[in-house]
Design a protein around this ligand. Structure first.
Ligand code: FMN
Length: 343
């Protein structure tokens, strides 16, 4: 039986997770060379950057590429007064100088769709729901395998009804933004609860998987493939800052926090999360939450501190291994084979 990802050229049932702000072409190239589907997170990129980065991957690695987009609704730019007032003691204590606001995470649109049609990736994945039907039809017509991200059983059924080729079941163990999109609030659901009684579409398991044994468990529970983020963060090809890298493999405490973007994302607990609490109502609505922190983040990171930085990582963070992403991919595949043979 040829698996979903093997049909498009992957040698292992693994998608290297797209991680906006934390990885780009270097990680995708190495993951593809190792036999996985490599991903480019596009939420922080312009269409021109998407085309350039995809070109860099295509030039260096032959294999399946996933372009990943966000589908959140953009609110009006919010009033940041309450949030900046809460941060005032930190601005004063750090004597932080104004820093350029980081790029905003923007939703998939017609210009991005045109870039996608030029790149013709093997896979397109969407976070926070799906684009409108006319854009989705264009994505489908490009020939890509279309994936949607679900954090609840309801979202899995909704995505299946929209005709996606597979659903990414993102358990509450997962690092980064929980891609919830139905209902009024985030309702964290563990991966084991999302798997199980089968849906009419294949399911790709995500959250807390860092080794081949974890992949084998997810496949035995009904998943077709896995999407792995945190384990790839520890690879030298990721682009995370030194203080964050130093915590991977050791830090055990991760929580959902909205402090760094305005939406819930799982990350390692740092000073800001400890002192303000991980969830605050004052944070401007997603994706506007990151601007006010930029000066504090720049100052602290220059001093080697991750006090105000998002340290987005999943519950597997203490168990990751620092090795090149090509070798990690081959190791995961070998461990999976060994686990399946032993079963
Ligand atoms: C630093 C970081 C950034 C992430 N950014 C994205 C993103 O841009 N798009 C996306 O669909 N998922 C993103 N995710 C979530 C991953 O796709 C995936 O759900 C998660 O990494 C799986 O759990 P794991 O980290 O325990 O392996 C991110 C995860 C991390 C750790």
């Amino acid at each position: 039986l040829v698996g979903l990802l093997e049909r498009i050229g992957a040698r292992a049932p693994i998608i290297q997770a797209p991680m906006a702000g934390a990885a780009g072409p270097a990680l995708a190239i190495a993951a593809i060379r190792g036999g996985a589907v490599g991903s480019l997170p596009c939420a922080l990129l312009t269409p021109e950057q998407v085309i350039a980065q995809a070109g860099a991957v295509r030039a260096a690695a032959k294999g399946p590429l996933n372009l990943n987009f966000f589908c959140h609704a953009m609110p009006a730019p919010p009033d940041e007064t309450a949030w900046r007032a809460l941060l005032q003691p930190y601005y004063a204590a750090e004597a932080a100088r104004p820093a350029a606001s980081p790029p905003l995470r923007l939703p998939f649109d017609a210009a991005m769709c045109a870039a996608l049609e030029r790149v013709r990736p093997e896979v397109v994945s969407f976070h926070f729901g799906l684009p409108d039907v006319s854009l989705l039809a264009r994505v489908r017509a490009s020939g890509a395998l279309v994936l949607g991200n679900a954090t609840t059983r309801d979202e899995m059924h909704w995505l299946a009804a929209q005709g996606v080729d597979a659903v990414i079941a993102q358990g509450a163990e997962a690092g980064g933004h929980a891609g919830w999109f139905l209902g009024k609030r985030h309702s964290p659901t563990m991966l084991a609860e999302l798997l199980g009684p089968l849906l009419p579409v294949p399911v790709i398991a995500a959250g807390g998987i860092v080794d081949g044994q974890g992949i084998a468990r997810a496949l035995a529970a009904g998943a077709t493939a896995v999407q792995i983020g945190t384990a790839y963060l520890a690879c030298p090809e990721s682009s995370i800052a030194g203080p964050f890298r130093a915590l991977l493999g050791t830090a055990t405490d991760s929580q959902f926090t909205n402090l760094f973007s305005g939406r819930e994302a799982r990350g390692l607990v740092n000073r800001l999360m400890r002192e303000l609490g991980p969830i605050r109502g004052e944070v401007p609505a997603f994706p506007y939450g990151s601007a006010a922190l930029a000066p504090l983040r720049a100052k602290a990171e220059a001093d080697g501190r991750g006090d105000y930085s998002p340290l987005w990582a999943g519950t597997g963070a203490p168990r990751v291994r620092a090795m090149g992403a090509e070798q990690l991919t081959r190791t995961l595949a070998a461990e999976l084979r060994a686990a399946q043979e032993a079963a």
